[in-house]
Design a protein around this ligand. Structure first.
Ligand code: FEO
Length: 391
């Protein structure tokens, strides 16, 4: 359990969770995760940046011990969520001189969520600097990535930027450094889609502050450390700022096969017109994969039978999820079957109301699709192709 060097006098002292398979009882973790914590040792003071998930505190304590850390002066809390701050009460007990440094909004959150005593907490302001002796901690408020209190820490002498959840990825790995390897990007994209995409506007607003620093290292609190930051900065540039792509996301359920016929016809009709389309059966859904596709999709087509007057609950779940994740998609359609009547289209439209999508023609057939229904699917594919031509 050694501390791993990421720059002179700066070490990774986190934990790798190879076995965790679910986060927040919502987000699948096919690749596990890491809880990164960092030790920044100046000539006079020592700071611990974040403090891992409480379930893995023993790993953090073992790494601090192996690094011979006798005294911690500051514990920087970038973000109150328990996977980074849950270990702080134990650190405060083990290191009685330690003071927690956090943003103004974090103060109340840390007291509410972790019961931290007020006399161990010190609010640092946006832009404030704390001198460790030859190394400086400079705090940068960056709210809503992804809680209101989130902030970053910049160490100018080493040009290392600590970003907590921002630029993170749920990826268990024995390599602390990414070394510019693009194979780490799918996990970073999945993380962006699940956690950061709803806050795209806040990333846009503060983007120039990050790039102006020209960091040599970006050290998030999940997943690999970017010792070649261009890799993750370029990826975010595309995910946050780029237009949606020529991609249709088609999540669907088919109870008796009618909706599936429409789905398969639409996939063929789009492919013939050069439109990429991903069909996704919601019987068994990886919501992370769905979220990743939402990063790029210009069009969402929901395929559903009508059940009890409305959409199948699995399809309704995806609509509500998309509404929360706030993807860049521009167009929406609904296809499916019904037995006699229903309000499926209206109900699904209301569930994605915050996305401001342009509704394309919908195709609902009674029972088995007839030739006219399949022709309507052809027309829908043509409309999609024309809309996507301008992307
Ligand atoms: Fe990794 Fe928002 O906690």
């Amino acid at each position: 359990m050694d501390a791993r060097r990421i720059a002179e006098s700066i070490h990774w002292v986190g934990a790798v969770d190879w076995d965790r398979r679910l986060f927040d009882d919502l987000i699948p973790l096919p690749d596990g995760t890491t809880y990164n914590a960092y030790l920044v040792q100046g000539a006079e003071k020592t700071a611990l940046l974040d403090a891992v998930d409480p379930a893995m505190l023993d790993k953090l304590l073992a790494r601090l011990s192996s690094a011979g850390v006798q005294k911690i002066d500051y514990v920087v809390s970038h973000h109150t969520e328990q996977d980074h701050s849950g270990g702080i009460p134990c650190i405060l007990a083990q290191y009685p001189e330690a003071q927690v440094l956090a943003s103004d909004k974090a103060r109340g959150l840390l007291m509410d969520h972790l019961g931290l005593p007020a006399d161990r907490l010190r609010v640092v302001q946006n832009g404030e600097k704390v001198d460790l002796g030859g190394l400086t901690l400079e705090f940068i408020y960056f709210p809503w990535v992804h809680w209101p209190e989130t902030m970053l820490t910049w160490v100018p002498e080493r040009r290392v930027l600590f970003t907590c959840d921002l630029f993170g990825s749920h990826l268990a790995t024995s390599d602390v450094l990414a070394h510019g390897d693009p194979q780490v990007l799918p996990a970073a994209k999945r993380y962006y889609a699940e956690i950061m995409m709803p806050f795209r506007n806040f990333i846009e607003r503060n983007w120039a502050r990050v790039t102006a620093l020209d960091p040599a290292v970006i050290a998030p609190s999940h997943g690999p450390v970017y010792d070649e930051p261009r890799l993750i900065l370029d990826a975010y540039q595309e995910w946050v700022f780029g237009p949606p792509k020529n991609l249709v996301l088609l999540p669907y359920i088919s109870m008796h096969g009618s909706t599936r016929i429409l789905v398969e016809h639409l996939v063929d009709a789009c492919a013939r017109r050069g439109v990429r389309i991903e069909q996704m059966n919601l019987v068994d859904t990886d919501v992370g994969r769905l979220a990743m596709l939402l990063v790029d999709a210009a069009t969402i087509v929901l395929g559903t039978p009508t059940i009890l007057n409305g959409p199948h609950p699995n399809v309704a779940y995806v609509a509500l999820l998309a509404n929360l994740l706030k993807p860049k998609a521009r167009y929406l359609s609904v296809i499916g079957s019904l037995g006699w009547a229903g309000k499926t289209v209206e109900q699904l439209g209301a569930m994605v109301s915050s996305l401001k999508l342009e509704m394309l023609p919908t195709v609902l057939c009674k029972g088995l699709p007839k030739p006219a229904d399949l022709e309507a699917i052809e027309q829908l594919a043509q409309t999609i192709a024309e809309k996507h031509a301008g992307l």
